[in-house]
Design a protein around this ligand. Structure first.
Ligand code: 3HC
Length: 667
């Protein structure tokens, strides 16, 4: 860069040839917090005044442009004396010299809006643009709903803003979101400066989104967009608010549109939906900060994984690794089991292809990374071995003592157990420092949650490796201490117990499941139990001291099992299923069983009419158990528990998780 270089709090100012290069620098992602607009405005004004400057390039440090407004600060009032986003966009709009946004990494939310306030946008391959504000529960608040429709037309604007999706630079170029695409990040600055000089010397008036004609209103398009937003985002308001703002771009002059957008943004920003979504966003980033595990803790390299067990879980775990470029060997005992594992994997990949989640080529590439075999020789190569066999303590202990002899000393041994005594498993491996719990959730290749179980003797670098690996697998890891069921399943049984308790008190299975689905869960708790199989809980209850002899509300589930009603697999559980169908049909017999148990427990059954109360009944049970987990030091923080439920059990993200929701409900 030239000798004329200087820095204020959040940006640097350089001159390259005759171009002022203003670089926003607010690590890690140049989020726009208070102070940033002021710093940029100061440098823009300097460039406006400098007669030697013919054009301005605005770019980001830290290998990215700007990932948007600072989400941690969005709930707080903007300091009165600090210039705002709007002031910055107005300042960009006022430039008589061409301003070029040079994009790399992410240009999201307010970052995209700043770029849209520049005259031109250039990007390097790999850049992602977009307006993901809807994922935080509000529409864009710095002009995107007015500028994008003018620049791209209504259909693209609706698509980008209401979906909140990331737009790859290639697509952005094809629809006119950016003006030019550069291939190399090494030369992007020089390329952007060259582009700026060309635009300055062309001398034409430089385009501004605000000057483009407003799009022609289309009532049909808006009605369809509203209907789709209501259907897709049931129970939420911000997607429809996005449509409303875009609609205004077609009926109001630009400046009035900006004011209207800001008002709608402000109202939505304060909604419970937005507070919940921001809470989940920040909580998902907080989970990797684990007390005692310092940032930069060394990790062990993991490139080759072995999964022991080719059942539903084992193959799902293998697919996770393969999907993210890792070589996996799945070890089974019998050749028939190897065949079944191969078939399972092939079936799931073809279903992913059929659902357009993967291309044929991507599926073929992933499959080529997985070897299913009875041959255990791959264990010598393994950096990580994940056990995913039947939930039987003695069987697993035997396996781990054998694995310790077959694997390299530095290999990490992990168990996918969901509730067994993991300290006992670690001890059986003879190398507890290298042993960690990695609890995946079915379907393992698709569910975001990974529970990482921290035993008393695990090495920090093993735990750090598991957390890093989860990120590589694009999963959200939550660290749990040791107890039966860990965080997730210990809470899940309280949740389903609450549902069964509601049944004992007179609610019907359909009422209970409908209430939880209206709350926002994709399935009701009794439907989930029928899908997973009632015999699992039955076996656990039988194995506990006293077994299932004493009558309790859970006896309803036990008695269904005694009638061989194990759920979908036997076409009978809390519901009846036609053979081959997963549609639950209510069954009077279940109500009779519930009535008998209620009678024995002296519970007076009563009709339930309030769906909301039924949902609260179950969610409150979750939060109560969450508090117990915190007291027992099993969960690190309340927000981790919310992350578990949002990412592992379909708790509605816009309600923030059981802890957040219960705190709001009781305040
Ligand atoms: N504000 C504050 N911090 C942010 C942030 C933001 N907008 N975006 C990312 N970060 C932080 C994360 O908290 C994390 O911090 P940490 O290292 O201390 O945990 C760090 O940046 C890296 O983020 P990720 O771990 O998420 O990294 P990834 O590479 O997986 O993802 C990303 C990067 C795609 C940019 C992702 O972080 C993301 O989606 N960010 C949010 C983008 C967004 O929603 N922007 C809109 C904000 S609202 C807005 O702009 C309003 C406007 O219209 C006025």
């Amino acid at each position: 860069m030239s000798s004329l270089s200087s820095k204020n709090s959040f940006s640097t100012y350089d001159i390259i040839n005759t171009v002022a290069v203003i670089t926003i620098d607010n690590p890690p992602v140049n989020a726009v917090s208070p102070g940033v607009p002021g710093a940029l405005i100061a440098n823009l004004k300097r460039a406006f005044k400098d007669d030697g400057v013919v054009a301005i390039v605005l770019r980001g440090a830290n290998n990215t442009f700007i990932a948007g407004a600072d989400i941690a600060k969005i709930g707080q009032p903007w300091p009165k004396d600090e210039p705002t986003f709007t002031d910055l966009c107005d300042c960009l709009d006022s430039s008589t010299k061409p301003v070029i946004a040079a994009l790399s990494g992410f240009a999201l939310g307010g970052g995209s809006e700043i770029a849209l306030s520049c005259n031109y946008r250039v990007a390097v391959v790999g850049t992602r643009l977009g307006q993901p504000e809807v994922n935080l529960g509000f529409p864009p608040g710095a002009g995107a709903t007015q500028r994008l429709p003018r620049l791209l037309g209504l259909e693209h604007a609706l698509d980008i803003i209401v979906s909140g999706r990331h737009v790859k630079a290639e697509e952005a170029l094809s629809i006119g979101y950016i003006d030019h695409l550069f291939n190399s990040s090494d030369t992007v600055l020089d390329d952007a400066v060259q582009f700026a000089i060309e635009k300055a010397s062309a001398g034409k008036p430089h385009p501004r989104c605000r000057d483009y004609p407003a799009p022609a209103p289309s009532q049909e398009l808006f009605a369809a967009a509203r209907a789709e937003a209501e259907k897709k985002y049931r129970g939420r308001t911000s997607p429809v608010a996005c449509v409303k703002c875009i609609e205004l771009s077609a009926s109001l002059p630009f400046d009035q549109g900006l004011v209207a957008e800001r008002e709608i943004f402000e109202a939505e920003r304060q909604s419970l939906e937005s507070r919940a979504l921001r809470h989940v966003f920040l909580s998902e980033r907080e989970v990797s900060k684990v007390p005692g595990i310092a940032k930069g803790t060394p990790t062990r390299p993991v490139t080759h994984c072995v999964v022991i067990g080719g059942g539903l879980m084992g193959t799902g775990i293998a697919m996770c690794f393969a999907d993210h470029g890792m070589a996996v060997t799945v070890i089974e005992v019998l050749p028939e089991a190897v065949d079944q594992a191969n078939q399972r994997i092939a079936k799931r990949y073809s279903s992913d292809v059929a659902k357009n989640r993967l291309s044929d080529a991507q599926a073929a590439e992933a499959i080529s990374r997985i070897v299913c075999t009875t041959d255990r020789s791959a264990l010598v190569e393994a950096d990580l071995v994940v056990e995913a066999i039947f939930e039987d303590l003695a069987l697993k202990q035997e396996l781990f003592s054998k694995l310790a002899m077959e694997c390299r000393d530095d290999a990490i041994l992990a168990s996918n157990t969901s509730y067994l005594d993991i300290e006992a498993l670690a001890a059986s491996s003879g190398r507890p420092a290298s042993f960690v719990g990695m609890h995946f959730f079915s379907p393992a290749h698709a569910t975001k949650l990974l529970e990482v179980v921290r035993t008393s003797s695990v090495d920090d670098n093993v735990l750090a490796t598991a957390l890093g690996l989860a990120k590589k697998l694009r999963k959200v890891p939550v660290v749990s201490g040791v107890c039966e069921g860990f965080i997730a399943n210990r809470m899940f049984s309280k949740y389903t117990n609450a549902a069964i308790s509601a049944l004992a008190h007179g609610a019907t299975p359909t009422q209970i499941d409908t209430a939880l689905k209206s709350f926002g869960f994709p399935m009701g708790p009794l439907e989930v139990l029928d899908m997973a199989g009632l015999e699992i809980g039955w076996a656990r209850r039988k194995s506990q001291p006293g077994g299932t002899k004493a009558v309790s509300e859970a006896s309803i589930a036990d008695r269904l099992c005694e009638l061989s009603r194990f759920g979908q697999k036997t076409n009978r559980g809390f519901y009846i299923y036609e053979p081959g169908s997963r549609v639950p049909v209510p069954d009077e017999d279940v109500l009779r069983v519930a009535k008998d148990v209620a009678h024995e427990l002296h519970i007076e059954q009563r009709p339930f009419t309030d769906e909301r109360k039924l949902a609260e009944w179950c969610v409150k049970a979750l939060a109560d158990e969450g508090h117990e987990l915190l007291k027992d030091d099993i969960a690190i923080r309340e927000s981790d528990i919310d992350v578990v439920w949002v990412n592992g059990f379909g708790f509605p993200r816009h309600k923030g998780g059981p802890m957040f929701w219960s705190a709001q409900a009781s305040s």
